[in-house]
Design a protein around this ligand. Structure first.
Ligand code: SF4
Length: 360
């Protein structure tokens, strides 16, 4: 599997986006669903951070929380922080959020038709973005719309700018949506499964396009997918999500060469072609549970081949996997692996009680 070279990463020290202890819950008469439960990660300019996990792991709710797009009965809970350029977005009014969305932060969804209006030409929709976010109109806006379509690799852009979305193929529509997102000149681009509906050739082209645009514009990209192959291609750093939590985080090469969390190991084994000796494809038995209460145990325990008794009684904190690495964490009681299992469990208990105290 091709992996992205991380050695040329040019990120600056301060993160552009810093998510700390993000908790987003949905409240219904019957239950509370803790869709995102204590998620923390950073993204720097010029960096692509991948968020990977099965459906129901909380990836898309994380993205919608950052965008301020969580609809009732859901909300971001107190104690969550989403710092963008050093300002906490959770304190913004809806009006202030609207100013950020589509300008400093833009989002590309899985289905381009949710972002494109069928009754307006592609060019008019890009020009509307340019008018709203860059105050550009008339011939200058038309010229910029053509430039943007060219930048995303749409051939014969001066003709196609006058066409409607239904006249574009699926891959071309997704390129047009990316052009619309770029019309806002964003600093952070959030991509939620943008290549899932596309065939593999078009998918590879879109991933390459995103990398080229990132290099040209120093964009920070948050890339959500359930596909480990796509994550390997595009990410500098990977966060693996399970049942509302990040269970492992590492630079992309380290994660693929040295996965530590049993869930990540299971995901990698289920990639076709990744286990040449296996007689058939391995899958992780069972489903992602719906997190209804604050976790006091490991949510992966029912599916974990390495589970032991403490896993049903202690919630794993995110810890460095060993003393050698300072950039690879896992939320699993098996780590750090350079201490005894008993000592590791004690460390997790201490970290969890510190976290509970800091949240009071
Ligand atoms: S804490 Fe226990 S159940 Fe959870 S992933 Fe680690 S070994 Fe498996």
């Amino acid at each position: 599997m091709a992996q992205r070279e991380t050695t040329e990463f040019r990120g600056e020290e301060d993160p552009l986006l810093s998510v700390q202890n993000l908790q987003t819950a949905f409240f219904t008469d019957k239950e509370t669903i803790r869709a995102v439960d204590g998620v923390s990660f950073d993204i720097r300019r010029g960096e692509t951070v991948g968020i990977v996990g099965e459906s129901g792991s909380g990836k898309s709710v994380t993205a919608r929380s950052i965008m301020g797009l969580v609809d009732s009965p859901g909300r971001v809970l107190d104690g969550s922080r989403i710092d963008f350029r050093g300002e906490d977005l959770t304190q913004k009014s809806e009006r202030e959020y609207r100013g950020l969305r589509g300008s400093d932060i833009a989002m590309v969804f899985q289905d381009p038709l949710t972002s494109l209006n069928p009754v307006y030409t592609v060019g008019n929709q890009i020009k509307e973005s340019l008018r709203l976010h860059q105050n550009m109109r008339g011939a200058a806006a038309t010229e910029e719309a053509i430039n943007l379509l060219e930048a995303v690799g749409i051939p014969d852009a001066s003709r196609r700018v006058k066409e409607y979305p239904h006249e574009f193929s699926g891959g071309m529509r997704q390129r047009a949506v990316i052009a619309m997102a770029l019309a806002c000149d964003p600093e952070l681009l959030i991509c939620d499964e943008p290549t899932t509906a596309l065939d593999v050739t078009i998918q590879a082209q879109i991933l390459e396009l995103l990398q080229d645009l990132q290099d040209e514009r120093d964009l920070a990209i948050m890339f959500i997918t359930h596909d480990m192959g796509v994550i390997a291609e595009i990410s500098d750093r990977v966060n693996v999500m399970y049942a509302g939590e990040i269970v492992e985080s590492a630079p992309v090469e380290e994660l693929f060469e040295n996965p530590r969390h049993p869930y990540t190991q299971g995901l990698l084994k289920s990639i076709p072609g990744n286990q040449p000796d296996a007689e058939r494809l391995q899958t992780i038995e069972g489903d992602v549970p719906t997190p209804n209460e604050p976790a006091s145990y490991c949510r992966f325990e029912p599916r974990c081949p390495k589970a032991f008794e403490d896993c049903t009684q202690v919630h794993p904190a995110s810890v460095e996997v060993d003393a050698e690495t300072d950039d690879h964490t896992a939320a699993c009681l098996l780590y750090p692996e350079d201490v005894s299992q008993e000592e590791a469990v004690e460390l997790h208990e201490q970290r969890e009680s510190q976290r509970e105290v800091s949240q009071r």
